[in-house]
Design a protein around this ligand. Structure first.
Ligand code: G3H
Length: 526
């Protein structure tokens, strides 16, 4: 099994991960376990291998984690939500220092568990560390802005952002570290407490970080449990004790979980969901640049990104040139194992190759052709990207979020065709537009910005840089995530107001001087 694997990336025996974190203590799990599989190696008899096990926790432990988070928050009166900002920041700084020490372990597991190539696995780790550091800096800025009094119509006020309560945090398999932490970190730094359950793939890589969480935060602030959504997340939601559902994943999961909550107005949603981002290639587009951007847009991490380009609209006049160059360049791409740093790697979901083949067959039956020579070739869990043309609205690949290496292409003579597709779509995350003529681009951009939340000019769609807002319309997102916006999404404005008279002035003065309150203060953390 381990032939040709560089020594430092080998897993010599299955990793038995048997711990979880509840109420500030790492405990050992004595119950059932779930196998963690990898699809990156396969042989004639097997398309996946077991590389480890993780706890298959149950409802009882899910509710224990909820109790711990609830007690730590104590309706806003707990130690963590009432702590001084700089104390919370110190905990987060301690955490990030410990996390950095686990880089190699986490990167190696990212490659084995989700098949992400080495460069992108390292990027995922480093980007997450940067995200935490930037979040700390941004929180200081927000805190600084709140460190003053306003006085209007005889009412003096000090206005800050306060936590919302207990957060249930669920991330996706394609960014099991980065996207989960992009929810968890802003949630806790704002004073909320959390229960976090890793996604269906990318679970073992969380294990090396349990100790850093245990040592950095007070009991109950972060609780990490392992298991299936329906045994962990569903019972927690049913209690009605969750204040924020923070989920990056599919809209159907978000809806079923919301439906379980008995007090829906209490529940805030922070959701990053699926998308069907189109590329619109106009007749004056720079074709070489467009081909390169469309390759990275459709195929980075084999198209398994919510921001991936999932349908290409190309103008009739440049269709032939584009398709010719695009398919030749795609056919030259290499398939490889993650440490070989190829763009194309095995798909981590065992059933995904068949799903991709089904989409291809369906499109072929309805009149499309695979126009690149290698398109659709399968070798166990590798699938070579297939360019499908001409695609129409009867085909599954026109509507479904393929989340894999298949690229539907449609030609147009009037730009209203892709715009109508976007207007009718249930999704509204991003679009890429390729062209040069400002008099054409200007009015199109003015429509596109109201259909999605990011228009990428001559560039592929992407989430980063993380200081920019990441959100979407319709079924693509609820709330906005960026370093700054995430801190807002996980908090609410709350303030202390007083009639402007001598009694109140004296009380406030004394409160500030004596530093008796964490909230009513005008100093800030540099
Ligand atoms: O899966 C969706 C991710 O947020 C995409 O992020 O554009 O940085 O790959 P990315």
């Amino acid at each position: 099994m381990n032939i040709n694997i560089p020594e430092k990336y080998k897993i010599t025996k299955p990793i038995k991960h048997d711990t979880f974190l509840i109420n500030g203590k790492i405990n050992s799990w004595k119950g059932e376990f779930t196998n963690v599989i990898t699809t990156i190696l396969s042989n004639e008899n097997k398309d996946h291998f077991v590389i480890g096990t993780t706890p298959k926790m149950d409802e009882k432990h899910a509710l224990k984690a909820l109790d711990a988070a609830n007690n730590a928050f104590s309706n806003g009166t707990g130690k963590w939500p009432t702590m001084k900002v700089y104390e919370r920041i110190k905990c987060m700084e301690a955490f990030v220092q410990m996390m950095i020490l686990k880089r190699n372990e986490v990167v190696k597991l990212l490659m084995w568990e989700i098949g992400k190539n080495l460069k992108d696995s390292e990027k995922e780790f480093d980007r997450t560390v940067d995200y935490i550091k930037d979040t700390i800096d941004e929180y200081k800025t927000i805190d600084r802005k709140g460190a003053n009094f306003q006085n209007s119509s005889g009412v003096r006020a000090i206005i800050r952002r306060g936590p919302l309560g207990v957060v249930l945090c669920l991330g996706p398999y394609n960014y099991p570290l980065n996207e989960t932490f992009a929810l968890l970190i802003p949630a806790i730094i704002m004073g909320n407490t959390a229960i976090f359950k890793p996604a269906k793939h990318g679970v073992l890589l969380i294990a090396p970080l349990l100790e850093a969480f245990e040592k950095s935060f007070p009991p109950g602030v972060v609780n990490i449990v392992f298991g299936r959504g329906r045994e962990i997340a569903s019972p927690i939601m049913k209690t009605g004790k969750i204040n924020v559902l923070a989920l990056i994943g599919h809209s159907s999961s978000a809806i079923s979980l919301q439906d379980l909550h008995p007090q829906k107005n209490r529940l805030r949603l922070v959701l990053g969901l699926e998308a069907k981002n189109p590329a619109i290639i106009l007749e004056d587009a720079d074709i070489d640049l467009t081909v390169d951007e469309c390759i990275s847009g459709t195929l980075s991490y084999n198209g398994q990104r919510c921001t991936a380009l999932k349908i290409l609209y190309v103008h009739d006049k440049v269709k032939d040139e584009f398709l010719d160059k695009f398919s030749k360049k795609i056919d030259k791409l290499k398939l490889g194992l993650p440490w070989e740093n190829t763009l194309l790697t095995p798909l981590p979901e065992p059933l995904k190759p068949n799903y991709i083949s089904d989409l291809i067959e369906d499109a072929k039956n309805l009149g499309a052709e695979v126009i690149n020579n290698k398109g659709g070739e399968k070798h166990k869990n590798f699938v070579f990207p297939a360019i499908l043309y001409p695609v129409n609205d009867k085909m599954r690949v026109y509507k479904e979020e393929q989340f894999g290496p298949v690229i539907p292409v449609i030609s147009f003579s009037d730009v209203s065709k892709p715009i109508d597709f976007m207007a009718e779509s249930n999704y509204g995350q991003q679009v890429s537009i390729f062209g040069k003529d400002v008099s054409v681009l200007g009015p199109i951009i003015d429509s596109l910005v109201n259909l999605v939340c990011r228009v990428n000019l001559n560039s592929a769609c992407q989430r980063g840089p993380d200081i920019y807002p990441f959100t979407g319309r319709k079924d693509s997102a609820v709330s906005t995530l960026s370093v700054h916006d995430a801190l807002r999404s996980f908090s609410i404005r709350t303030f202390v107001a007083s009639k402007d008279n001598n009694l109140n002035k004296n009380i406030l003065r004394e409160m500030i001087d004596s530093k008796k309150s964490s909230f009513v203060r005008t100093d800030y953390y540099l």
